[in-house]
Design a protein around this ligand. Structure first.
Ligand SMILES: [Zn+2]
Length: 106
């Protein structure tokens, strides 16, 4: 699939240039903006039990890219994600939480 998508292919090449996972979070995984120039970001990883999967995770995604990704999701997917957050994570009362502002891991 990545071979068919030049953005994914370039992203994969960036991640394979180094085996140091800290290098993978040195820039936004989507557009390559250096982490030092990003005010707010999310880090993402993939885990199984007590183990983290390395390659291509962990990654860093800037808030701008998170917001762009959020807008690509259908209303049904956003509603399902919001319900998951409200049902599974403690925090402020559900009516005080703005679930649309909770980023989705993509
Ligand atoms: Zn970004």
């Amino acid at each position: 699939m990545a071979e068919e998508n030049p953005i994914l292919q370039k992203r994969g090449e960036r991640f394979t240039e180094s085996e140091d996972h800290q290098d993978w979070t040195s820039e936004c995984a989507h557009y390559g903006t250096p982490a030092s120039e990003i005010k707010n970001f999310t880090t993402e990883c993939l885990g199984f039990g007590g183990y983290m999967v390395f390659n291509p995770y962990p990654i860093l995604v800037c808030d701008s890219c998170v917001e762009k990704n959020q807008k690509l999701l259908s209303k049904a997917t956003q509603d399902q994600w919001n319900k998951f957050i409200l049902d599974n994570f403690e925090g402020p009362p559900a009516d005080a939480l703005k679930p649309d502002k909770v980023p989705v891991l993509v």
